[in-house]
Ligand binder design. Sequence first.
Ligand code: ADP
Length: 472
Amino acid sequence: MKKLSIGMRLTLWYFAIFLLAEFAFGAGMWLILRKNLLDIADEVLEGQAADLQRFLEARKDVSPAQLQAEISEDYKFERSADYLQISDAGGSSIYGSRFFEKHPLPELSPDQLVRPRYENRRLGHEHFRFMSEMMTVGGRAYVVRIGHPIDEEIETLDAFRGYLLWFAPILLLGASGIGYWLSRKALAPVDALARTARTISGHNLSSRLEPLHTGDELQRLSDTLNEMLGRIEAAFRRITEFTADASHELRTPIALIHTEAELALRRSRDEAEYREALQHILLEADRTARLLEELLDLARADSGSEGLDIHPIDLLATLRESASKWNQVASLRNLQFEEHLEVQKLPVMGDENALRRVIDILLDNALKYTPSPGKIMLSAEEMHSHVIVSVEDTGIGIASEDQARIFERFYRVDKARSRELGGAGLGLAIAQWIVQLHKGSIVVESEIGRGSVFRVEIPATTSAVDKHPGQQ
Ligand code: ADP
């Protein structure tokens, strides 16, 4: 079943609450009016009873027969005698108006009259309020029953009920209508937001919802949605740019492989020429494979399934291992390599392979961008409960405007040069992602022509460190 709109549900609630309130109010008013009207009738009855009491007290010594005669005589023209009935304690009638001959009252036993008894009765076509009372005068007990017609009161009550029944639905409909109108008015901006939101898709992510200036929850809602759209747009743009850059990067080595193979096949060549062509193809294939690996790493980073195995490790062992590898590469390129690892250990919470990757990226860059003769330095220390690893070179340096951007994906200061050296501009982006996953930071200091320093800072741990596989 389709759910009702909020506006409709609010209206129904409004209707139900109003109905209940009206019913309670109407019933309450009717009961109060009835009680007041009956109180007035009761007062009349009590006055008549007091008169009768006085009458009986004045004749307390006369015989019952005499009393009967006097009552009949005295009350003949009294209005109060129209509905009066007096009997003695034994139940024999002393006086009874003629009305009761036609409409006799049911007998009451003395124990029902311990206190004066008030009741409403319908006799014939008329409504009465009756008061029944036991009166004791001069040692004699009388059962007195006095009636008072209350047709007018009943009519008033009926009329009042009629007004209520007429008035209530009109009020209810009016109130529900106003409730519906108010809820529509309050929710109209939500409808407008929903309408605009529905038109926003991947093609027009730069559109925004109409900003509201109501200063209330709705403004907060539209502001929050707009902020969310901003974030989605930025993420979307990043993905689009990434895909475009990745395709572009992949196209170059594949085009080179294609050209190289095509040229080699154009005519028959000797073995040395084929060998050279295949070597070029191999180099480009390696580059493509490395690029694909880097792209995969970043895709994994974006999807959040980073899959790092973080546990207590001694980073010193990893650094020493990397240093010995890069020391050899440096000497092949006629570069001086220095390591300053004068510490006992560097305990961190980390993933060994991932951190080795960071050091490799930094040292690879340092070697790539430092012409011979030059110097590369790897150092590490523990300071303020942080492990700081620095990779310093005396290479070409990075201009200050580029320093902030080199951590972006595919950003290269000198595109042609970096590509020649085998880089696609992804190394530092991967390094930064890994360091951030270790709750650390990576910064660069550099000066054109003098060299660069990359500093990685990771919180040190006090947990017991796992033994490195290389250590005995
Ligand atoms: P690449 O694979 O192209 O080296 P990186 O993300 O590792 O990509 O580096 C981005 C860019 O930063 C490089 O293209 C290079 O221009 C610059 N760069 C990185 N390290 C150094 C360095 N040690 N000296 C000078 N420039 C550097």
